[in-house]
Design a protein around this ligand. Structure first.
Ligand code: AMP
Length: 378
């Protein structure tokens, strides 16, 4: 469906044309009209479905209609589980805000960095994208008031309930005006989410996209049976014999992420690691380089398996398998996005064999597993 049919602000249509977004994705088609009408929305959509633009476009249009308040109060709050997602969502708001007649200021705030610059930057912000902990600190220091909030968005809501944000969420919800629009986006419907949905949403429009068979269809999946001690040589072989422009490698622990990146560098392949124990500065820097295509190999924990969008990423490697099949889908879903094909390779040790079979069963798709021994690593 063409974006022209929804009544979005004209400058947004220009931006969409410039970006080459010709038609709305299914989730966008369902949620844009509902958000424009001021309805609450429950969007069940995976990352890669286009949900971010699905809420950013109508929210910006609504802000223009309301003439963006001049009272320097936050009107839109987007709560997200990770710093990386906060930055990414803020970027989408900023991307589309260029050219709007009424200026919209958006800001991302998150913990792990100094609070003072964020307090200063909060002046005149209309759209605040925040992780819960830092938001609470800012409200408690009177740096931000949420009393004029019009729209609340919870992005990756299932993850926010999982990772123990529940108490923080309860506190934040108390500070918000009772009359507001609530938009809740989640990849899955868990019990926690149903509870949250009941307290939060009033007569919501429920928009559900299928877990994108097409997107996974675009990913060529292969596995390698490989003993633990041969994973390093196999990884180097794959990186050297394939001319992937960029590769994202997943490990299951912080230690392993550092270790794999170190070993690659020692073998002449520049790589950086990103995980929860790195400083915020280092994480942001690696992410910016990777997204801009200036870093070829990034080794990561599941911290960035969700929600993170790297344009045209050709290859994801599971150096270690994730624990849950759901995480497997999230990880490999970093490639094969936005209609570009991608490749996902998983290393399967003898101990992993049964687990990998379960992953395939849950995914409903068989993955060809090759024998590491048959490769000529020389
Ligand atoms: P998201 O699920 O919000 O992370 O978006 C996934 C990717 O799809 C992002 O790279 C967007 O830039 C891209 N995208 C979103 N909407 C459209 C659209 N209507 N047409 C083409 N690409 C889109």
């Amino acid at each position: 469906m063409s974006f022209k049919t929804y009544g979005l602000a004209p400058s947004l249509l220009n931006a969409l044309t410039n970006l080459g977004y010709s038609n709305a994705y299914p989730i966008q088609h369902e949620v844009i009209p509902a958000i424009l009408q001021g309805r609450d929305v429950l969007g069940i959509a995976q990352t890669g479905s286009g949900k971010t633009a699905g809420y950013v476009l109508p929210i910006l249009t609504n802000l223009q209609r309301r003439m963006v308040s001049k009272n320097r109060h936050v009107e839109v709050l987007v709560l997200v589980p990770t710093r990386e997602l906060a930055v990414q969502v803020r970027d989408v708001f900023q991307l589309f805000s260029v050219g709007l007649p009424d200026r919209v200021r958006s800001l991302a705030v998150f913990g792990g960095v100094a609070i003072n610059p964020q307090m200063i930057a909060l002046q005149g912000v209309n759209v605040l994208v925040a992780t819960p902990g830092r938001l609470i600190e800012l409200v408690e220091s009177n740096a931000v008031s949420l009393g004029s909030l019009q729209t609340l968005v919870l992005d990756e809501a299932d993850k926010m309930m999982n990772v123990g944000f529940k108490d923080e969420m309860d506190r934040i919800l108390q500070w918000l005006p009772a009359r507001r629009q609530n938009l809740l986006f989640s990849a899955t419907i868990s019990d926690d989410l149903s509870a949250l949905n009941r307290v939060l949403l009033h007569d919501p429009v429920v928009a559900k996209t299928e877990p994108e068979p097409e997107t996974i269809e675009l990913i060529t999946q292969t596995g390698y049976f490989v003993p633990e001690e041969k994973k390093g040589p196999l990884l180097r072989y794959l990186l050297k014999t394939n001319d992937y422009a960029q590769v994202l490698i997943f490990t299951s622990s912080v230690y392993k992420a550092d270790n794999v990146a170190d070993k690659l560098r020692k073998n002449g392949i520049y790589a950086e690691a990103i995980h929860g124990k790195k400083s915020q500065g280092a994480r942001t820097e690696s992410m910016i380089k990777f997204k801009a295509g200036n870093l070829r190999v990034l080794v990561a924990t599941d911290l960035i398996s969700r929600g993170i969008d790297v344009k045209d990423l050709p290859c994801v490697i599971n150096y270690e398998l994730p624990r849950s099949p759901k995480d497997y889908i999230h990880r490999i879903g970093r490639t094969g996005r936005a209609e570009t094909p991608g490749e996902a390779i998983s290393f399967v040790t003898p101990e992993d064999e049964h687990h990998f079979w379960i992953i395939q069963k849950k995914m409903g798709k068989r993955v060809e597993v090759l024998n590491f021994d048959e490769l000529n690593l020389k």
